[in-house]
Design a protein around this ligand. Structure first.
Ligand SMILES: C[S@@+](CC[C@H](N)C(=O)[O-])C[C@H]1O[C@@H](n2cnc3c(N)ncnc32)[C@H](O)[C@@H]1O
Length: 208
């Protein structure tokens, strides 16, 4: 695992049950509100906090090339096994710095931060946003989801406000294109009244 990958607390211990649980999640269902914004032309995608690669696999199947960043070894190994694809490259790296990624790669047309931003504390979120923004090409999309509700035992999580996220993004030249609040697609989370905010930002001149 990446050294000092804060936000991953509790995940390695719970990996086996989460890997089974997450295999029942459909990326299309999860991203129904934002799917119409994802380009159909083959694009370069960065999926940060990729888990077992649910989004990475769905995007690769659409013809996109995906770099899947995941700091927990167990999730990366499961992702490689579950979704063998020449269009997915896995990388052990973590927010807020994404140091390994930034040392090797250029820019992306889409960056996904699905259910990961809430693992960072306020100071980490402030440091992470410029690093994420730098990885976006002009006109590229940043697609995020923020979790609201009771925090699972043993997990490091914060209830992050959409307003704070929009402010941090704005400073980096990212304009909000879509903000949608929805219930969880997972029954176990719906029972705990977990809700999500999905946000899509566009960078620079392509923004409208
Ligand atoms: C709730 S899971 C979401 C996984 C995947 N994005 C999905 O939607 O299926 C949160 C993921 O964020 C990863 N994560 C936690 N802290 C992180 C950090 N500092 N940098 C990158 N990923 C992190 C965890 O290891 C985990 O895979």
């Amino acid at each position: 695992m990446s050294i000092n990958a804060s936000g991953t607390e509790g995940y390695a211990e719970a990996a086996q049950s989460l890997i089974s649980q997450w295999q029942n999640i459909s990326s299309d269902e999860l991203h129904a509100a934002v799917l119409h914004l994802i380009p159909t032309r083959p694009s370069s995608v960065l999926d940060v906090g990729a888990g077992i690669g649910t989004d990475a696999a769905a995007l690769a199947a659409m013809g996109h090339k995906v770099v899947a960043v995941e700091p927990v070894d167990e999730f990366r190994a499961a992702g490689v096994k579950l979704h063998p694809s020449s269009r997915i490259e896995w990388l052990d790296d973590s927010l807020p710095e994404l140091a390994a990624l930034r040392a090797t790669t250029g820019h992306f047309d889409i960056v996904m931060l699905t259910a990961v931003w809430m693992h960072l504390d306020e100071e980490e979120r402030r440091r992470a946003m410029p690093n994420v923004a730098r990885l976006l090409s002009n006109g590229a999309l940043l697609i995020m989801s923020l979790r609201h509700g009771r925090i699972p035992e043993g997990r490091r999580m914060f209830d992050v406000s959409p307003d704070e996220t929009i402010q941090l993004a704005n400073v980096q030249g990212l304009q909000p294109k879509l903000v949608v609040r929805s219930e969880s697609v997972q029954r176990v989370n719906r029972r705990m009244n977990v809700t999500w905010t999905r946000l899509v930002f566009a960078k620079g001149c392509g923004a409208s």
